[in-house]
Ligand binder design. Sequence first.
Ligand SMILES: [Zn+2]
Length: 308
Amino acid sequence: MKTKDFYEILGVPKQATVQEIKKRYRELAKKHHPDANEGSKKSEEIFKTVTAAYETLRDKKKRQVYDRQRSNEGSSRSRSRARPRPGSAYSGNWNEYDFERETRSSYQEPFSRTGFQQEEAPFDPDTPTRGFDLQFIIDVPLETAALGGKTTYAYEKYVNCAACAGTGKAGDGKCTICKGKRQTVAPVTVEVEIPPGVADQFTLRFENKGGEGKNGGPPGDLFLKINTLPHPRFKRVKSDIYAEIKIPPELAETGGTLEVKTLDAVRAIQVEEGTLTGEELRLTGEGAAILWGKKRGDLIIKFFISGN
Ligand SMILES: [Zn+2]
C-alpha cells in the first residue's frame, strides 16, 4: 500500500486553496458516496479516505500541523514510519472526544464527619482546636464554567453551640442542645465566584469557610471541586466549544443564514451552498475564556444535515 498523502488522495497541489480543496472534495464525495454506489465496499473505503483527507486539509490549523508532520517525516523517514495524523485532538469524528471524567462517587464526602466522632480524645478537651476542612462537589453549568459567574453553595458545617457558647456546659451539667459536644451542625451558604474558563474538576479554596474551631481555635477551610454539567448542545475542549447543529437538506443545498445560540448570544451564521454533513464553521472568540482571562477560544459548529 502506498503512503497515504492527503494531497494525493484529493488530487490537489500542496499549494491548493481551501476553495480548491473543497471543490475537489465535493466532486470526489459525490462520486464515491456509498449511497451512489449501491453500498460498494470499495467506494465506501475511498469515501472515508477522501473525507479524512478533506477534514484535515480544509482546517487551517490541522493542515499546518499535517504539513509540518509531513515534512518531518520526509526528512527523517528512517526514524519513524508513523502515519501522519491530524494533529488536533479533534479528529473529525464527534464520538472520539474523550469527555469521560471521574465519576462523582470517586470523590470523598466531607471527611470531617467521621473525624468529629473522636471528640473525647485523650487530650485536654479545652485545648483550642482548628475546625475541620470540608470538601464538596459543586455542579456548575457548562456556560458558567466557560465564561465565569457568581453562584452560591449551601452546605452544613460544625459551628460552636449558640446555647452554651461552645463550652458544652449548662450550669452543673451538659448543655442539652449540643449534648456537651460544644458544637452543632448548621446550614450555611457561601458566595462562589466561578473563574471564567475554569477547568472541570478544578478545586476552589475558601479560607476559613470550613468548620468552626473549638475553644477559640481557628476555622477550617472549604474546598469546592468544580463538576461541569453536561450540556445538550455544547461540548467543551479546553477553551474551544463544539456544537453540532442540525440543518434541513434544503438549507444545506441552497445555503442561507441561520440563527444559532452561542454560549452567551444569538448569532446569524452563513450556511454555504452545498454544505455537507460534518462540515464545520468556526466562530472565533465565541468559545470559553482562556486562562481565566478576557480572551476566548472558538465556537466550532459542525453541521448535521437532517430532514427531521
Ligand atoms: Zn451547647
